[in-house]
Design a protein around this ligand. Structure first.
Ligand SMILES: NC(=O)c1ccc[n+]([C@@H]2O[C@H](COP(=O)([O-])OP(=O)(O)OC[C@H]3O[C@@H](n4cnc5c(N)ncnc54)[C@H](O)[C@@H]3O)[C@@H](O)[C@H]2O)c1
Length: 252
């Protein structure tokens, strides 16, 4: 397949596409020919990203069923078909002793990181099944779901749930040719990084996290986007149920 056309003719929803890894994914998908719909809570950043990438923006909260219904409508009204869903939007809390984590923070990570997958599949799977379409879901999990660090228990557990649910659905919906994979970045340099390190996101403070990564640096939006593009594309037609660690060897 010619470079620049891996996702030609496909329509993709990218949640959390206004910032960080999601913006990198939206950029790569647009470069590879996809019609991209950025779905994000942040109206200003979402509109700005959509303008720069010449794609669509829908203000959506991934924890709300009606917003997923609007996204499906938006995706299918113009092109008539939805092909790819990237569940990237995520939330974290400032790292803290597990017994001190507030119920509000617990609910936040479970709602944004896990309930979003429940809602996306509850709303979108009937569409793929009824129309006999081979959809591809790519979920952004984390090395936190495989190799947990202390003081992030409920964030880690939410990402383990993402990986487990993704594998379950991969097997369950294989007969319908609907694929489910996840991508697990290691620490990056995005708007939420300071929460993981519990300090301002400076190169100095990131060093503690990066020093345990064999390849010696964190995940970039381009690293994550390249993995998502491959898994979403027809090149990965025989790949389902995989959790691809994009982590410079951290989870080995
Ligand atoms: N940054 C890291 O070190 C790191 C490491 C591993 C995994 N991840 C995961 O990567 C994904 C992307 O995070 P990021 O690091 O790019 O962070 P980010 O803060 O730069 O981007 C997150 C985006 O999600 C959006 N968002 C948050 N809640 C939402 C909601 N309810 N509905 C719709 N949009 C919402 C935000 O507005 C923002 O644009 C997350 O799932 C995160 O858990 C991040």
């Amino acid at each position: 397949m010619a470079p620049g056309s891996r996702l030609q003719g496909k329509t993709a929803i990218v949640t959390g596409g206004a910032s960080g890894f999601g913006r990198g994914i939206a950029t790569k998908f647009a470069e590879e020919g996809a019609r991209v719909i950025i779905a994000d809570l942040s109206e200003e950043a979402g509109r700005e990203a959509a303008k720069e990438l010449s794609c669509n923006f829908v203000r959506a909260d991934v924890t709300k069923r009606e917003d997923w219904e609007r996204l499906l409508q938006e995706a299918t009204s113009a092109s008539g078909q939805l092909d790819i869903v990237v569940n990237n939007a995520g939330a974290a809390y400032t790292n803290a002793a597990t017994h001190e984590v507030t119920e509000k923070d617990f609910d936040l990570v479970m709602n944004v990181n896990v309930k979003s997958l429940y809602l996306s599949t509850s709303v979108l799977l009937p569409y793929f099944i009824d129309n006999k379409l081979p959809g591809s879901f790519v979920q952004i999990a984390s090395t936190a779901g495989v190799r947990p660090r202390p003081r992030l228990a409920w964030y880690n557990a939410s990402k383990a749930a993402v990986i487990n649910a993704t594998k379950t659905m991969a097997v369950e919906y294989a007969p319908q040719k609907i694929r489910f994979n996840s991508v697990s970045p290691v620490v990056g340099d995005t708007a939420m990084t300071h929460l993981f390190i519990g300090k301002p996101n400076t190169p100095e403070n990131r060093k503690v996290f990066e020093s345990v990564i064999p390849l010696g640096r964190g995940s970039t939006p381009a690293d994550v986007a390249n993995a998502c593009c491959y898994l979403a594309s027809d090149e990965a037609a025989f790949i389902t149920g995989v959790n691809l660690e994009v982590d410079g060897g951290r989870c080995v």
